[in-house]
Design a protein around this ligand. Structure first.
Ligand code: ISE
Length: 319
């Protein structure tokens, strides 16, 4: 498989090196970045072409897959262009930044008539989350009653805004909770309490996010993006007969190390499926549903009670 990687920033560079050195059955044919110098630096390291637009990459006869790793606001255009070429796509999270644009992508895929998009929700490929999902599904500790989640980042980039606590970070808990429970999320509430003095001006950090699924499973998330000591993502699942902890005490400099193995599995599965003409893993519907959760979450940052998640009917393609 010959992949065009769109975006040569932190995640794009990480995936380029992964595709080249860890993944079997695929190599990087082109690196696309509006910053051509950055594209060239990344492309040179793997002997790929450096290009400024996706159109140029899609015109190369050898390119038969697309990995999108640009910022989320650029995803819709790239997704629609790659879908029009009927190519397998791995799109970093989020699918798109809002539910309306995510729904347009879902509709384009539905119109194509087959799944072509895998969304980069890597936690679904993490060994801890996989184990927890198996324990929930097999019922070995009884029914799952509650989830307590902590999501801590050491710091934020200069252009960070408060809504990004939800759209950039808690989006992963929306994904993980939907994955673990096999349910849609019904409502989201946000509480602000005592905050760190180490957050940038105007940002309340940490925040507590309370999530309820359609059947009444409750999850609480501590989202804390200026935790300074490191990166830590943990979940305690409470069952009728015991608890299961994942991630607690696994402190790394960033998500790149914490989820490195999960990214490897995610990309290898995408490649393996695509070579069989298939797509698996988190779908465009999952991208749309989590975007709708993010909208509710950002609204909840500015209201006192729970905000309902509004979802369109799930198209047959994703059932
Ligand atoms: C980052 O973009 C990610 O996707 C990480 O997984 C997440 O933990 C972090 O909060 C985000 O900023």
């Amino acid at each position: 498989m010959k992949v065009a990687v769109i975006g040569a920033g932190r995640m794009g560079a990480d995936h380029i090196s992964r595709l080249e050195h860890k993944i079997t059955g695929a190599s990087v044919a082109a690196v696309v970045d509006i910053d051509l110098a950055r594209a060239s630096a990344a492309a040179e390291s793997v002997g790929a072409r450096a290009l400024a637009t996706l159109g140029e990459a899609l015109a190369l006869p050898e390119v038969n897959a697309v990995l999108i790793a640009t910022p989320g606001f650029l995803h819709e255009e790239a997704l629609l262009e790659a879908l029009a070429h009927d190519l397998p796509i791995l799109c970093e999270k989020p699918l798109t930044p809002d539910a309306a644009s995510a729904w347009r992508v879902v509709q384009a895929e539905v119109a194509l008539g087959r799944k072509r998009i895998q969304v980069g929700f890597m936690r679904q490929f993490d060994a801890g989350y996989q184990k927890l999902k198996r324990i929930i599904a097999e019922g070995e500790k009884g029914q799952l009653l509650m989830l307590h989640c902590a999501h801590r980042n050491p710091d934020t980039l200069p252009d960070f805004t408060e809504s990004m606590l939800i759209t950039d970070s808690v989006v992963h808990e929306f994904d993980a909770i939907r994955f673990l429970s096999d349910e849609e999320i019904a409502s989201v509430q946000v509480r602000r309490g005592r905050g760190t003095s180490l957050a940038p001006e105007g940002i309340d950090d940490p925040q507590q996010v309370l999530i309820e699924t359609e059947s009444g499973l409750l999850a609480d998330v501590e989202i804390f993006v200026n935790a300074r000591y490191g990166y830590e993502v943990a979940t305690q699942a409470v069952f009728e007969n015991g608890t299961v902890n994942i991630g607690l005490g696994e402190v790394t400099p960033s998500f790149i190390e914490r989820f490195g193995d999960a990214y490897d599995v995610e990309v290898q599965r995408w490649v393996d499926a695509a070579r069989r003409g298939e797509i698996g893993g988190p779908s465009a519907w999952d991208g749309y549903a989590t975007a709708a959760c993010c909208e509710a979450g950002v609204a909840a940052q500015h209201s006192s009670g729970p905000v309902r998640v509004e979802l369109a009917d799930k198209p047959e393609l994703y059932r």
